[in-house]
Every structure is written in C-alpha cells, then in structure tokens.
Design a protein around this ligand. Structure first.
Ligand SMILES: C[S@@+](CC[C@H](N)C(=O)[O-])C[C@H]1O[C@@H](n2cnc3c(N)ncnc32)[C@H](O)[C@@H]1O
Length: 221
C-alpha cells in the first residue's frame, strides 16, 4: 500500500501544490547535507498548515520541532510580511541546518529560531508575551502533554493548536506498545479530552508518502 499512497501524494502534489523555489531549495539542501527528508511534513500537509493560517488570518506562529525548517517555510509563506514565527529546535545539527535554510530563503517574515529543549524555552518565555495565533507541535512525542499545557500559556481564545504524528501506524491503540513516545501521545489524547481551556479537539488519521499517521487539532476556548 505504501507505494500507492506515495503515488497518490505525488499526484496531489503535481495537481494542487504550486512549485515554490524556496521550498524546493530547502528540501534539496537538506538532502545534499545528508539529512533524512522523512522527518519533514509532506507538501500537501504543509499546504494544509498554510491554509489553516490563511483561514484564520494568523500573524504569530509558534513551532516546536524545526528540523530543516521545511514546515517553517510553509508556515511563513502563509503569513503577512509583518508576521512572526518562533521555531524551536533541540538538536544542534538540525538547528544549524534549519537556520541555514531560513537565511537562504530570505523571507520578509521574522523567523526566530531558538535552540534548546522546547519545554525549557517555553518556560523561559516572558509571561506577558503576545499570544500566538497558531501553534504547530512537531517535536518529541513523549513530551506532547507537557507541550500542550505549556503552549496554552501562550495562546488566546481562538488559537489553533496542531499536533503532528499522533497515530503512528496505529501504535496508539496497540496495548503492547508502551514506548514513551506512544504513551506520550496517549496522554495527550487524555489531556485534550474535556480540557477546560479547549473549545473543541479532533484527530485525523492520514496515509501518504509519510506512511500511516495523522494529526490532532484543537481550538482554544
Ligand atoms: C519531525 S522533526 C520536525 C520536522 C519539521 N517540523 C518539518 O516538518 O519540517 C522533529 C524535530 O524535533 C526536534 N526535537 C526533538 N526533541 C526536541 C526537544 N525536546 N526540544 C526541541 N526540539 C526537539 C528533533 O531534533 C527534530 O528535528
């Protein structure tokens, strides 16, 4: 099935996703430097992020898990020129690559990459920081519950929180899989259920070039 899912993603990409030299350059530089490209969102997923930002006229975006800044480029592309992204990356080699790709892109939006453990950086943000309109959580899965709670401190009513990789080919419902990453995702679902600060939440499973996975999404009350 994987080949079929990848072929369909390629079809969607060739029909609906306009070619963007900056996004192509980001992926090429990532590959040229020997980094795996499977960590990045697929182009049709990037477009979904972009459309959510456009629908909600977001200006301030928070991203946890930069990697090569491919998703960051999708997020930035949807913002007005005075838009702002804070993107956080924990691994030095990924942060260096991400920063290089951000610099090469030369986009007008202000993209700030901070290097360090996402939870530490979030805890160190000033409490009066202007709230983010859109939050993309795509770092280590075992810390998703903590990220959700921390991100809520920097959200406003109407902020959209989007969490990637929350299906893991069905591992989330396999009781034999008790890896910290899977337990972290399960705890995230428990937390989202009836969370007093969330208006509504859902998750969708997806298949495509990145396999069988999916995303969760919530709107802040
Ligand atoms: C799936 S990749 C992000 C992909 C990127 N969002 C994209 O779609 O192009 C996850 C990234 O989170 C980073 N990461 C893992 N644990 C982290 C932590 N505790 N704090 C910050 N970043 C972390 C990893 O080094 C990796 O680069």
């Amino acid at each position: 099935m994987q080949q079929l899912w990848s072929d369909i993603d390629a079809y969607i990409e060739s029909t609906l996703i306009p070619e963007d030299p900056i996004l192509i350059q980001t992926l090429k530089n990532t590959e040229d430097k020997g980094f795996p490209d499977h960590l990045a969102v697929a182009a049709n997923q990037g477009m979904l992020l972009q459309m959510l930002i456009q629908m909600n006229q977001c200006k301030r975006v928070l991203e946890l898990g930069t990697f090569a800044a491919y998703s960051t480029m999708w997020l930035a592309r949807a913002l007005p020129e005075d838009g702002y992204i804070l993107t956080i990356e924990g691994r030095d080699t990924h942060a260096a690559l991400g920063q290089e790709n951000i610099d090469r892109a030369g986009l007008p939006q202000h993209i700030e990459l901070q290097v360090g453990r996402a939870a530490d950086i979030l805890k160190a943000l000033p409490t009066d920081v202007e709230p983010f309109d859109f939050i993309f959580i795509d770092a280590d899965k075992q810390n998703y519950p903590e990220y959700l709670e921390l991100c809520l401190k920097y959200a406003r009513s109407g902020t959209i929180i989007f969490l990637d990789n929350v299906i893991r080919a069905g591992d989330i419902i396999n009781p034999e899989n008790v890896k910290p990453s899977i337990e972290g995702i399960r705890e995230m679902y428990r937390l989202m259920q009836n969370h007093p600060r969330l208006l509504s939440s859902t998750a969708l499973q997806t298949v495509g070039s990145k396999g069988h996975d999916g995303f969760a999404m919530a709107i802040v009350k």
